[in-house]
Design a protein. Structure first.
Length: 232
């Protein structure tokens, strides 16, 4: 009768033990690195995607579809930014990012620092300087326009309070002259509004009954130049 044979695990060949250890090491590595080869690669792709993601000032992702907003611009932003002094208020009507410059807000300027390099492949450092300078000039032009709007409001209140008289007519003509002198300090729409107001107010004053009599002198008659007692 043969004796029972007990197989000692330590009696396995060295090559078999090496294969077992290698398999365990590989399995442990997969668990640590990402639960399988597919998931590990996916995680790496996600990290690379986050690194390449372009975000705006509010944390929103910038996509290629937003580049359409830069089309149709009429504002030469580089030239405006390089101007040494203030820009004319009339420039506030130029279009950029689908808006007139006077309608751009702080968030728009911050977004454009990211959007333009993304869409047009321009240097981001240069664009940051351009939009900082442009913002400063736009804000200064806005302040100038605000002062002009206050002046227009004062003119309206003054003329509305005046009764028909030669002084009121002169006030209208003086306001018209000042408007033309200040035309670079207002938008075209502002000047159009004031022109229409002054025209209507002038007509109303001419048509109204004037309490003070006007002296009408023909422009073609210079009047008496020699005293009557000195005439021959």
């Amino acid at each position: 009768m043969k004796a029972d044979t007990v197989h000692d695990p330590r009696s396995r060949p060295k090559s078999a033990w090496s294969e077992i250890v290698l398999a365990l090491v590989l399995a442990l590595g997969l668990v640590i690195s990402g639960q399988g080869p597919g998931l590990g690669q996916s995680s790496q792709d996600e990290e690379e995607g986050l690194a390449n993601k372009i975000v705006g000032p509010d944390g929103q992702e910038i996509t290629a579809s937003e580049c359409d907003a830069l089309g149709g611009a009429t504002a030469p932003i580089e030239r405006l930014a390089r101007i040494g002094g203030a820009i004319s208020v009339r420039n506030l009507e130029l279009i950029y990012y689908g808006k007139p410059l006077h309608a751009l807000n702080d968030n728009d300027f911050e977004l454009l620092k990211v959007l333009r390099p993304f869409c047009e492949d321009t240097p981001s450092e240069v664009d940051a300087l351009i939009f900082d300078e442009l913002k400063e000039k736009v804000e200064e032009a806005r302040r100038t326009r605000d002062k002009t709007l206050e002046w227009i409001k004062d003119i309206q209140e003054k003329l509305d309070a005046m009764a028909p008289s030669p002084a009121a007519i002169r006030a209208v003509h003086n306001a018209w002259t000042e408007m033309e002198n200040r035309h670079q300090e207002m938008l075209v729409s502002d000047q159009r509004f004031l022109s229409e107001y002054l025209s209507k107010r002038r007509d109303a004053l001419y048509a109204g009954e004037q309490k003070e009599a006007r002296t009408l002198v023909s422009p073609f008659h210079p009047g008496e130049t020699i005293a009557p007692d000195q005439k021959e």
